[in-house]
Design a protein around this ligand. Structure first.
Ligand code: FAD
Length: 342
């Protein structure tokens, strides 16, 4: 049945397979490269059409990486305001270049961002999107993209088509397709498109790095020679930011008392003590920890203990090789300053 909501399109006007190249810092996410490999396969089945990548606010070095992995062409969307991802603005910019070049297929990695962005782009382009595909094929008779994905709780596979709209959009789970080998002898075209955003829907107020991610990136407590642990005395989760900074400067990691875990400041995997981990670090720095017996049970094998606590009578102070009496908010920044100077 013809679609009544959207004006009809001429499918013949659309050619080529496009892949969104998601960035992760200054590298391309693997899923984009995996999709370039699949795009080559689909392009061949469509009679040898062009494979292109689209990159938002990325450099030519990243575009070349995409070419080495199978792109014939990479379109870089150049707009300094798009350095930081915001879905509405990214979608507008991508939709503009898609409308200009008219690929018949547009693939996107089903990452956290990719899923969100795919829905925004499909809506802007007035086309359909099949999320989380695990296989893609071409119907040789109609040239339709067969978008295959699990359904009914994974017991069945559904094959979905977008017969009346172009581009045909699909998001694909990372790791479904193999990453094509990197071939630095491949050459391709890099096009820089300056795209203005007509309407900014997102206002960036500030960027805060998530503490959980910072902590998750640190090594586990049981395999680190230096552990900086925090307790209820830190007062807030914010206090752990200082401990993360100190731990990084010492090439160590961050641990916690049960009370800090219960407060939700750090995950349970970082808890030290009777119901947490037993550790044997060369240096243990206890910050805002009273030193209850259940906590001490986890650090009996520590070679050296330094305690920072305003209460000179806290049990941890008796068990420490060095007891620093004072507020961590003053002492830790001083330590950080000194270490940075080394
Ligand atoms: P608190 O005892 O409240 O100590 C906070 C400390 O911070 C105080 O000494 C205070 O003087 C200090 N402080 C305050 N302000 C500052 C500041 N500005 N700068 C520096 N210091 C400051 N606990 C564990 O840790 N691990 C376990 O595995 C564990 N298992 C348990 C199992 C059982 C069966 C039971 C009953 C308890 C267990 N506990 C465990 C809990 C344990 O008994 C203590 O309640 C807990 O260790 C106390 O945590 P804390 O030292 O962070 O908090």
């Amino acid at each position: 049945m013809p679609c009544r909501l959207w004006p009809p399109i001429n499918k013949e006007d659309y050619r080529g397979v496009w892949v969104y190249l998601e960035r992760e810092g200054d590298r391309l996410k693997d899923v984009g490269l995996e999709l370039l490999g699949k795009a080559r396969d689909l392009a061949q089945k469509l009679g040898g059409v062009e494979v292109a990548g689209v990159l938002v606010a990325g450099g030519e070095d990243l575009a070349r990486e995409a070419i080495y992995h199978g792109a014939d062409k990479v379109v870089i969307i150049d707009n300094p305001d798009l350095k930081i991802y915001t879905p509405a603005e990214y979608a507008e910019a991508i939709a503009r270049v898609v409308q200009k070049y008219r690929p018949e297929i547009f693939l996107i990695g089903a990452t956290k961002r990719g899923r969100e962005l795919a829905a925004y782009i499909a809506n802007t382009l007035a086309t359909g999107i099949t999320a989380d595909c695990t296989a893609l094929e071409i119907d040789p008779k109609t040239r339709d993209l067969l978008q295959i994905r699990p359904t009914f709780g994974g017991t069945q596979l559904a094959t979905i088509r977008t017969p009346q709209r172009r581009p045909q959009m699909a998001s694909v789970r990372p790791g479904v397709f193999p990453k094509p080998p990197r071939d630095p002898s491949r050459t391709g075209e890099i096009i820089v498109e300056k795209v203005e955003i007509t309407k900014r829907r997102t206002r960036l107020v500030s960027i805060e790095k998530r503490l959980e991610k910072d902590i998750a990136d640190l090594p586990p407590v049981e395999s680190s020679d230096i552990v900086v642990a925090g307790g209820r005395g830190l007062g807030t989760a914010e206090g752990f930011k200082l401990l993360v900074e100190l731990a990084k400067l010492l090439n160590g990691t961050v641990g916690a008392s049960l009370m800090a875990v219960r407060a939700g400041w750090v995950p349970h995997t970082r808890q030290i003590g009777q119901t947490g981990k037993t550790i044997r670090p060369k240096l243990y720095i206890a910050v805002g920890i009273s030193g209850a017996i259940q906590h001490l049970m986890g650090i009996t094998e520590a070679k050296m203990i330094i305690a920072i606590n305003p209460d000179p009578h806290a049990p941890i102070m008796e068990n420490a090789d060095y007891a620093v009496v004072g507020d961590y908010k003053q002492i830790i920044p001083m330590l950080i300053e000194e270490l940075k100077r080394l």
